[in-house]
Design a protein around this ligand. Structure first.
Ligand code: HEM
Length: 426
């Protein structure tokens, strides 16, 4: 087998399949061979150049002229004709947002939309996050068993995301299903039958987003980031364009909730599977922010991100042609021993955990990272205080097969309600 540039493709590169269990279960481990032997390789199954080392990935993030983000939300599996027909029927027109916009349009737009992310603006959401987590905890605290994903890990971040955006908090179950369809549509490998079903979900999500947007555009006094955008769209329609508004409406609902939901599930799984670390957090809650950061490094919720080479370029000694598509496996970079000592260890005292690439890097770096971090912190604060004796149940973790969004579909836990601290000190 040869790559499009005529280079031979190794057996490991031919075998690489991010939709199969090894990558789903542990993407960093699945790419250990690559980090060690072949840090940039062509994957015939994907049609992408895969990059696995920290320094190479950071260099790509740094240079968004050579490495365009334009394909960040492209369907990684080419859609079938039937799926395309379904999308067309819904008038599907997802295009540029921020994350997949080139310069100079991207920075011009991003600069207009920063106000919602000042530390003060974000801190204003903290009481709501805490109230939501407490309500959800109240509902289960005497029960003794729960699947934390089903009980709260998706619903709280979704509620917070909608509130942050100013989107009415309605149809939550449906939005959850739409998000899964969007993830599979963008980063998954749905079977031909699934493709049509997924396209139906995505098409309906597109229509729904348009309807919500129109409703919001008729309001004059709404509060939230989408209202900031609507206002900028009125003032500077060439910077914050009409199509941007609709595309962003759909993309951001997912970006702002799914990422945080999965990150929280990953963090609880990792911390609870290390009872000594969990006990340390319960005894010293001031360690929680550092622990959350280390979980984002060790088991991030975004594990791979994409760029397109705008010209012929050599990366790690490997030539990549113009228009070559690149999959940066950030989960692998986060386990690169050249940057992180004992990278596979979850070490809440690690001093460079924050160097992880789970939020991307450079001019497109996640705008919502501090909102995501705050939610994780509050979840951990409330749980370590109210259920320090929480234990992970024996379970096989499962994941939605896709290249980029990763977190367990369930996190089953148990505890003895008789030992709840609030029963001892009411
Ligand atoms: C961009 C991850 C939470 C809004 C990104 C990118 C990643 C990411 C990997 C692409 C970065 C790049 O290309 O360099 C995450 C993770 C989160 C999270 C892991 C949670 C743990 C959020 C939240 C919001 C948000 C809560 C919204 C409030 C955005 C936006 C961008 C972005 C607007 C585009 C920035 C740009 O292109 O300029 N995020 N995200 N994210 N994220 Fe997040």
């Amino acid at each position: 087998v040869a790559s499009p540039t005529g280079c031979p493709v190794s057996a490991a590169a031919v075998a690489f399949d991010p939709f199969e269990p090894p990558y789903q279960l542990d993407p960093a481990e699945a790419l250990r061979w690559s980090r060690e032997q072949e840090p940039v390789f062509y994957s015939p199954k994907l049609g992408y150049w895969v990059v696995s080392r920290y320094d190479d990935i950071k260099a790509i993030f740094r240079d968004n002229l050579t490495f365009s983000p334009s394909i960040a939300l492209e369907k990684i599996t080419p859609p079938s004709d039937e799926a395309l027909a379904v999308l067309e029927r819904y008038g599907y027109g997802m295009n540029r947002t921020l994350v997949n916009e080139d310069e100079p349009a991207h920075m011009a737009r991003r600069r207009e939309l920063l106000d919602a992310f000042t530390p003060e603006a974000l801190e204003a959401h903290a009481p709501m996050v805490r109230r939501l987590v407490r309500e959800k905890l109240d509902a289960i605290v005497d029960r003794g068993r729960a699947d934390l994903v089903a009980e709260m890990f998706w619903e709280v971040p979704l509620t917070v995301a909608l509130h942050f955006l100013g989107v009415p908090e309605e149809d939550m179950e449906q939005l959850r299903r739409f998000s899964v369809a969007h993830t599979l549509n963008t980063w998954g490998r749905p079977s031909p039958d699934q493709q049509v079903e997924v396209a139906e979900g995505v098409g309906r999500f597109w229509q729904y987003s348009g309807q919500v947007l129109e409703k919001m555009q008729r309001q004059t006094q709404g509060k939230g980031w989408m209202y900031d955008m609507i206002e900028k769209n009125r003032q500077k329609p060439d910077v914050v364009t009409d199509n941007y508004l609709h595309s962003m409406m759909m993309a951001i609902i997912v970006a702002a909730h799914e990422t945080t939901a999965l990150a929280t599930a990953n963090a609880f799984r990792q911390l609870l599977s290390r009872p000594a670390v969990w006990a340390e957090l319960c005894a010293n809650p001031e360690l929680i922010p550092a622990a959350a950061e280390e979980c984002l490094r060790h088991s991030g919720s975004v594990v791979a991100w994409r760029r397109r080479a705008t010209r012929e370029v050599t990366l790690g000694g490997v030539p990549i042609p113009e228009d070559g598509k690149i999959l940066m496996v950030t989960a692998s970079a986060n386990h690169d021993p050249s940057h992180f000592e004992n990278p596979d260890e979850l070490d809440i005292y690690r001093d460079n955990a924050v160097d992880h690439l789970t939020f991307g890097y450079g001019s497109h770096q996640c705008m919502g990272k501090n909102l995501g971090r705050m939610e994780m912190r509050i979840f951990l604060e409330e749980f370590t205080r109210r259920l320090p004796h929480l234990e992970l149940e024996e379970q096989a973790f499962t994941f939605l097969p896709n290249t980029s969004f990763r977190g367990p579909e369930a996190v089953r836990v148990r505890w003895d309600p008789a030992r709840n601290p609030e029963r001892r000190n009411p």
